[in-house]
Design a protein around this ligand. Structure first.
Ligand code: F6P
Length: 367
């Protein structure tokens, strides 16, 4: 362990989510107060590293942000330094490798380490920069909860709480008007938000990407509820859900993003098919970015604080190339490689799926 005052940078990459500021506060306060480090914030994720945008952080600048949504540092999901997009004067998009510029600024700013707060895209970048010699510690963020290596990412439980409240509200209006209410939630290629909020909100049908559904099973479920005198149904659809032998529904593509596909639209598709095939009246709610905005839940404030303080403790110990993680009740660290060895998806026969089936929830399949 060196005795020189360490200088660290913090950045938030990818889509924002509740708890980012709580992590920034956890890292910075413990780094400054416990470990005597200097801290800077790199603005707009890796874009700040390429474009030289940074701010000094002291105790005051991270005070009062625990409960505030978003990120005081800004974020970007279009700034992968290994395929960095620049729009040229003629309007054409030029994608090039800007990773050396990141290394240049790392040296120029005399950083000893960087805390990269993000999802799979950010962890992939962190791993590659680590291989080039940068000292990195990762903190797992995403409402999608699809990162390997940790039981849960921060931001996920807040998104689940928001989606659950929305389902509760849809229940009352659904029952007044005897309608089928379809709610589309986020989650990308994973169904964690739909599964958890669907169970917590008592959804009648939950459609997730990991269980491609059969249209007839969906129609049967709403019809059978109707026959039993239950004159409404709640259908919770993950944005990545799709019927068997069908592709997932894509809203658009954007070459500047780490993942060019923008998902969305399956909720409307499902509602339209239900109306056409059952004659029942449907309405659709697309929850969208409400799931990412606003204040983090108590669970996420606590998790973020534990993650952030652990990240600065690791740096003080000169432990790099790791991502902090939650395993059971414990905060641990895992190699960054573990986080990026494929997305963490919902196992078809996991306890929560089986439990939901036991209370009559339909996953759009007849098993
Ligand atoms: O990864 C988080 C997430 O909110 C996904 O659930 C969603 O598909 C995507 O980001 C939306 O991205 P954007 O904010 O760029 O539309």
């Amino acid at each position: 362990m060196s005795l020189k005052t360490k200088k660290i940078g913090i950045l938030t990459g990818g889509g924002d989510c509740p708890g980012l500021n709580a992590v920034i506060r956890g890292v910075a306060k413990s780094a400054i107060n416990v470990w005597g480090m200097e801290v800077i914030g790199i603005e707009d994720g890796f874009e700040g590293f390429v474009e030289s945008k940074k701010i000094d952080l002291d105790e005051n600048s991270v005070s009062g942000i625990l409960s505030i949504g978003g990120t005081i540092l800004g974020s970007s999901n279009k700034a992968d330094p290994f395929r960095y997009p620049v729009t040229m004067p003629d309007g054409k998009l030029n994608i090039s490798d800007a990773s050396k510029q990141v290394l240049f600024n790392y040296e120029k700013w005399e950083l000893d380490a960087v805390v990269a707060i993000g999802g799979d895209g950010t962890m992939n970048i962190a791993k590659k920069l680590g291989d080039m010699g940068m000292n990195i510690v990762g903190v797992p963020k995403t409402i999608d909860n699809d990162l390997q290596g940790t039981d849960v990412t921060f931001g996920f439980m807040t998104a689940v709480d928001i989606a659950t409240e929305a389902i509760d509200r849809l229940h009352t209006t659904a029952s007044s008007h005897h309608r089928v209410m379809v709610i589309e939630v986020m989650g990308r290629y994973a169904g964690w938000i739909a599964l958890h909020a669907g169970v917590a909100g008592g959804g009648d049908i939950i459609l997730i990407p990991e269980i491609p559904f059969q249209w007839e099973a969906v129609y049967d479920k709403v019809r059978s509820r109707s026959r039993k005198g239950k004159r409404f149904s709640i259908v919770v659809v993950a944005e990545g859900a799709h019927a068997e032998k069908e592709e997932l529904v894509v809203k658009g593509k954007d070459a500047t993003r780490t993942d060019p596909k923008r998902l969305g639209g399956v909720g409307n598709y499902v509602a339209q098919k239900i109306t056409e095939n059952t004659g029942l009246e449907t309405r659709v709610t697309v929850l969208g970015h409400l799931q990412r905005g606003g204040s983090p839940s108590a669970f996420d404030r606590i998790l973020s604080t534990r993650f952030g303080t652990e990240a600065s403790r690791l740096i003080n110990m000169d432990i790099f190339g790791k991502m902090v993680a939650l395993k059971g009740q414990d905060i641990v660290d895992v190699p960054v490689e573990e986080a990026i060895k494929g997305l963490k998806l919902v196992p078809r026969d996991c306890n929560l799926v089986l439990s939901a089936k036991s209370v009559g929830t339909c996953f759009g399949v007849n098993d």
